[in-house]
Design a protein around this ligand. Sequence first.
Ligand code: GAP
Length: 537
Amino acid sequence: MTDASTATETKMTKSMEDIVALCKRRGFIFPASEIYGGINGFWDFGPLGIELKNNLRDAWWHDMVRCPPAGPDGEMLSIVGLDSSIIQNPKVWEASGHVGGFNDPMQTCRQCKKLFRADHVEEMVLESEWYQELSQIWPPKKIPSLDGLRHWARKNGKKSAPGLALVRDTNNVLQELEKIIKSTDDPGDVWASSNVLFGADCQIWPQDGVCPNCGGDLTEQRDFNLMFETHAGAVRDDANKVYLRPETAQGIFLNFKNVLDTSRVKVPFGIAQIGKAFRNEVTPRNYIFRSREFEQMEMEFFCHESEAKKLYEFWVQTRLDWWKSLGISSENLQRRDHDADELSHYSTACADIEYRYPFTAPGFGELEGIAHRGNYDLTQHQEHSGAKLAYFDQEKNERYLPHVIEPAAGLSRGVLVLLCEAYTPDPDRPSKVYMKFHPRMAPIKAAIFPLVAKEGMPEVAQKLYQELRTKYAVQLDIKQNIGKRYARMDEAGTPYCFTIDGQTLEDDTVTVRERDTLSQERINISQVATYLAEQIG
Ligand code: GAP
């Protein structure tokens, strides 16, 4: 997560709590296993959520595989699809480096025993209830009230931070603090020593950090492999150990030769895949942003080394433009180039497309990564498997392992971006909020309402519904007053509502109500399908 380069400080009227509540209320996303108390890091997509996810998936497949953009020199690009197994031979993950290197540094709290990703600890502490309470009692650069701290430690602190040194060892910590206060006139110096509150035995902030949950001391960092393990076959021993794939990309490299030999593709070309990936994230958080089961949309574009740089730039720009074409505003998207020390050893360049999520604002968080992977993966698989994976260019009489540009996007994370972007509070509407999805992404494209459930109106509505449903995801809603029906559709993000009323029976016209402008116009009922086609495509 990075800070906003231009502190645009957009009025973030969107709160994650409100978005999550709407998603639950309207059936976009539910916690997995909810009736059993849920399971951390897993989510289920409800009826509206799966339509939204499918729309995003289909748009990516269409725009990347069926009808990719023209390449950097205006040439037609060739990209084919693939659906590889989630479980592969475990040697795959040794070759790819995931067995040895796909680790997160992890820490455990000595007091409450909870696990944390070491690089998330500081941010989580700053967000924690107990830290925020303490910051009220001891604001930056001020001399704290020792009585205030003692009172907090003996009351609220016991509940929110029982592991904190100040709570466990109140008298000693406060004596230490008193000495510091007496030793200097500068409140800034005292503030700089505020870590004394957290340190066991009155040490300054313990070297390994404090627990975001209870304030206790953390163990030193240990590597934790993120791959889920299981066994293939009846015997659950090491020989049968297999892994759930942590990325879809490797399945593509494994099939590079198969595709080359069967599809008449020539380098440069791409192989694309959408599917589930699994990572045993230490701290899944921020709703579906970081989950343990999620979907990816990845494409490996194989090219000659001499073209890789140009294609890398092309794909970074193309992918950024693609997200904008789905209605994500430019001010909420940014390109962030990785610093040299962030790059994997084999990668020469990597850029993230970042979105300004409500929980990162005014900063940004990753949505998609575009990596210049060199020919590392093919080299590794060639060495580990013994298979010959080189490409032979007949025209140039040259044999080589192609280099790869990889745009790797999260499908689940993309859904989160669509939800956050669409969420639009509007106090003047009965629903108080509407989901401003791009029509291409909207889970329901149109709703059909008879104004009243009598006088032949439901029959006309039914007929129109039957005609439209053959092409579009549409809904027929007959009951409740019309205002409530509009409100439901606003929350679902339905761009158009067609209403059959008394006048329809006389002149065959219906009203079209447009979600964003709330404008209404009458069109002939025979024109509805054409109207939708023009608006939605
Ligand atoms: N093959 C390269 C690769 O997997 P990555 O940056 O680890 O790269 C690509 O993942 C994208 O997958 C990310 O940009 C993000 O959108 C998504 N992603 C990764 N881990 C995720 C998680 N735990 N939950 C949801 N989405 C995740």
